[in-house]
Ligand binder design. Sequence first.
Ligand code: PMP
Length: 445
Amino acid sequence: TTTTHLQEVGAKHVTKGLGRVAGDAVMVRGKGSWVEFEDGRRLLDFTTGIGVTNLGHCHPKVSKAAADQCLNLVHCQCSVAYHEPYLKLIEKLLPIMPDPSLDSFFFWNSGSEAVEGALKMARIYTGRKAIITMQGGYHGRTFGAMALTRSKTIFSEGSGPLMPSVFVASFPFWHQLSLPPSASEEEVIQKALYQLDLLFSQQINPQEVAAIVIEPVLGEGGYVPAPPAYLRSLREICDKHGIVLILDEVQSGFGRTGKYFASEHSGVRPDILVIAKGIANGFPLSAIVSRTDITDKLKPGIMGGTYAGNAVACAAAIACADVMKEERVLENVQQRSHELIGSLNQLRSRADVGPYILDVRGLGLMIGVEFASPSPISVYDPNTLAGAPKSLASRVAKRCLEKGVLILTTSIYEVVRFIPPLNISAEEMAKGIEIFTQAVEEVVK
Ligand code: PMP
């Protein structure tokens, strides 16, 4: 294969600090569930830019709203004045918030920024310093967010020391708790809560904790929904000790799990909700949403940022909220999810490929498939990871790419994740599943 001029520019001048699943392929176009590369290849996009282009690439209504806004007002620094899309977006979001108490907004650009802003707010509100994060969690790559990120060592390798006063509890996930995949939900919850108890009695007094930060569905840590009963216990613990509960729904929010927010599956109300990604279908926008009594403690000037709540991004987000309703996107998520999970479970029950599939899990269209070892499953010890494969998931993802589906792995475990557009058609979903199935068959053969 020949290297194009642009690929040469990439090889020479793009930072080596970036990894890319599609290697040196150059994406030139996106439409709906499909993307095109410079070399003419057309692929089904099951990555959505990691849960961002939830309504498909270049949704006509979203793109038009952004284009119209571009001709009217592109930038209004939020510390200079209000702008229309900022306020209109708040009006659109208020009715879909998981709890009516979440009614105070600050818009930013990225998930990492919003996580850090949430930490700042929790510390100011409580007057406490300590933060509890979850082993396996991912909250971003800026310094404060990096201190909370515990999904892969590489994200902060060589960058420390990080923010102090961060304590780590185990996400309620069997791997993190040295339990077998067959462990019951009760066992997982019990062990995770016991560890949190130990943390409180051996490392940090809960009365000194400002916030607990958790993803209701672990994203970069392996696509694992937290059991609803665990989240409800966490809510009780936070209430008991005056700890701010921060739910990071950067990846799980905006319909990804079949409800607007994953927290709706458990009914747990966060004190601060962090959202980004799918909110604007590709335009950089994030939000910190909280109770007004929390933001009442903030002196004017504490929050801010040059591009925070950009007018074009807000206009796009307004259109996204409209499209979600008009096109009944949540219903589509539930239907497609049902088909996807059904097919994956069928694959898992097959005598030939089934033994290589350890787990199928997730909510809505945030679904993970965890593979076992290419050698017989009996040699794989989930307690020690001895005999665990180091490549099955990435080999399946690579084969999918060759066959026309762009798909990602996640976490240190052997997980392939499905994050297709929320409005993907039944035909496109079937096509993606067919290719994934062939890829698995070929890889384990
Ligand atoms: N939180 C979660 C749960 C995420 O998945 C991500 C991004 N993968 C972030 C925070 C960071 O967001 P960003 O990359 O926009 O900074």
